[in-house]
Design a protein around this ligand. Structure first.
Ligand SMILES: NC(=O)c1ccc[n+]([C@@H]2O[C@H](COP(=O)([O-])OP(=O)(O)OC[C@H]3O[C@@H](n4cnc5c(N)ncnc54)[C@H](O)[C@@H]3O)[C@@H](O)[C@H]2O)c1
Length: 338
C-alpha cells in the first residue's frame, strides 16, 4: 500500500484525490491546505453548491495546515504538489529531501532556474519526480504520438494545436491572474501544447510568437510558430482571454504525408484519422483521461513496477525553457533560437 499525501486542496488537489481514490494499493493518508475551509468545502459541508462535483470523503485522512508537520508525521511514500506554481520549487525540494517521491503539477516552475533545484533534489535523494504534463497521458494525444512515431502515414507536413478557455475565476487569492505567480496563460495553459509539440516532434530550433495581454496584464493569448530544420509548419495557440460563454476547447489538426488527423474535445468522435484512401477511422484509445492515467503511471513507478518513459523532469524543464523562449519572442518581436 502506497501512502500518499496531497498539498493544496484546490482545483487540482481535488482532481488528484479522486484519481488516487480510484486506484488499488494506494491510500491518501494526509492532505495539507493552509485554508482550512477547503476541507469542509471539499467534504461538502460548506460551499457545496447544487450541481457541483460530488463531495470528497475525507474520513480517516490526516488533515493539516502545516506542511512540515504533515511531512514529519504522515510517513508518506509519495506526495502530490498541487499548489500555485510559484510554490512548486520550495515544496517539491522539501518533500524530496524528506525522502518522499513527488508528482508536482505543471508547469514545473516559473523559470528554468527555479526548476533546476527540483531535479537536483530528486537526484541527490534517489527519489522520483514527475511533473503533471497530463496531455502526454491524454488518450487521444497519446494515441497520436504513437501514430506519428510509427511512421505509418509518413512525414509531418503541418500541425496546429489550440487550447482556449474562458478566464479562470477559481484560483486561491486570485494567484492565476498574477503573472509573477502563474506566468500568465502562456506558462499556465499553453505549456500543455508547447510540451506536446516538444514530445511529438522534438525541441524546435527556434520559435516565433505573438501574444496579446489579457486579464492578468501579461501573455494571456499566445500564438507560436515552432521552427524545425525541415519545412513543416507547426503552430499552437493558447489563451484564457475567451468570453465566459465560450467555455473550454482543446483541439489539433495534424497533416502527415498520407493522413490527416484531427481532434476536438467538444466533437464526437473527438479523434479522427482521415487516410489518403478510404473512409475516416476512429482509432481506439486508452480508457480514462490524462489525469487518471498520469496518476496511475506515477503510483506504479512509486511502487517499483516498470513503466514506460513518458515524461522526465529534464523534459519538463525543457518545456519551461520552450515557453520562456516563446514569451521572449512575443516581447521582442524576433525569432528566438533554442
Ligand atoms: N494539469 C492541469 O490540467 C492543470 C489544471 C489546472 C491547474 N493546474 C496546475 O495545478 C496547480 C494548482 O492549481 P489550482 O488550479 O488547483 O489552484 P487553486 O488556487 O485552485 O488551489 C491552490 C490551493 O493551494 C492552497 N494553498 C495555498 N498556499 C498553501 C500552502 N502554503 N500550503 C498548503 N496549501 C496552500 C490554497 O488554499 C488552494 O486550496 C498549478 O500549478 C496549476 O498550474 C494544472
Amino acid at each position: 500500500m502506497i501512502r500518499v499525501g496531497i498539498v493544496g486542496l484546490g482545483f487540482m488537489g481535488k482532481m488528484h484525490f479522486r484519481c488516487y481514490k480510484a486506484l488499488e494499493d494506494v491510500q491518501v493518508v494526509a492532505i495539507c491546505d493552509t485554508d482550512k475551509a477547503k476541507f469542509s468545502d471539499a467534504a461538502g459541508t460548506a460551499g457545496n453548491i447544487a450541481g457541483a462535483e460530488a463531495p470528497l470523503d475525507l474520513t480517516g485522512i490526516g488533515l493539516y495546515d502545516d506542511f512540515d508537520r504533515m511531512l514529519a508525521e504522515a510517513r508518506l511514500d509519495a506526495l502530490s504538489v498541487t499548489l500555485p506554481t510559484y510554490m512548486h520549487t520550495d515544496f517539491t525540494v522539501k518533500a524530496l529531501d524528506a525522502g518522499v517521491n513527488v508528482l508536482c503539477e505543471k508547469p514545473m516552475a516559473l523559470s528554468v532556474e527555479d526548476g533546476q533545484p527540483m531535479i537536483a533534489a530528486a537526484k541527490r535523494n534517489g527519489k522520483l519526480l514527475q511533473i503533471g504534463h497530463c496531455i502526454r497521458f491524454w488518450p487521444e494525444y497519446a494515441a497520436v504520438k504513437q501514430i506519428i512515431a510509427s511512421g505509418e502515414y509518413g512525414k509531418l507536413l503541418a500541425a496546429t494545436f489550440q487550447r482556449l478557455s474562458a478566464t479562470p475565476t477559481w484560483s486561491w487569492q486570485g494567484w492565476l491572474m498574477d503573472p509573477g505567480k502563474s506566468g500568465a496563460a502562456a506558462l499556465d495553459l499553453h505549456i500543455h501544447d508547447s510540451d506536446f509539440v516538444h514530445y511529438a516532434f522534438g525541441m524546435p530550433k527556434a520559435v516565433f510568437s505573438r501574444a496579446a495581454s489579457g486579464p492578468s496584464g501579461d501573455d494571456d493569448h499566445i500564438v507560436t510558430q515552432y521552427l524545425y530544420d525541415d519545412r513543416c509548419a507547426v503552430t499552437a495557440e493558447g489563451g484564457w482571454t475567451m468570453t465566459p460563454g465560450f467555455g473550454f476547447e482543446m483541439s489539433f489538426n495534424i497533416v502527415l504525408e498520407k493522413a490527416t488527423i484531427v481532434f476536438d474535445c467538444n466533437r464526437s468522435p473527438a479523434l479522427k484519422v482521415c487516410p489518403a484512401e478510404g473512409d475516416a477511422i476512429t482509432p481506439a484509445v486508452a480508457p480514462g483521461d490524462g489525469y487518471s492515467n498520469e496518476i496511475a503511471h506515477f503510483a506504479k513507478a512509486v511502487s517499483g513496477q516498470s513503466v514506460p518513459e513518458i515524461i522526465t523532469p529534464e523534459q519538463s524543464l525543457e518545456s519551461v525553457r520552450l515557453v520562456m523562449a516563446e514569451k521572449q519572442s512575443a516581447r521582442s518581436g524576433e525569432k528566438v533560437a533554442l
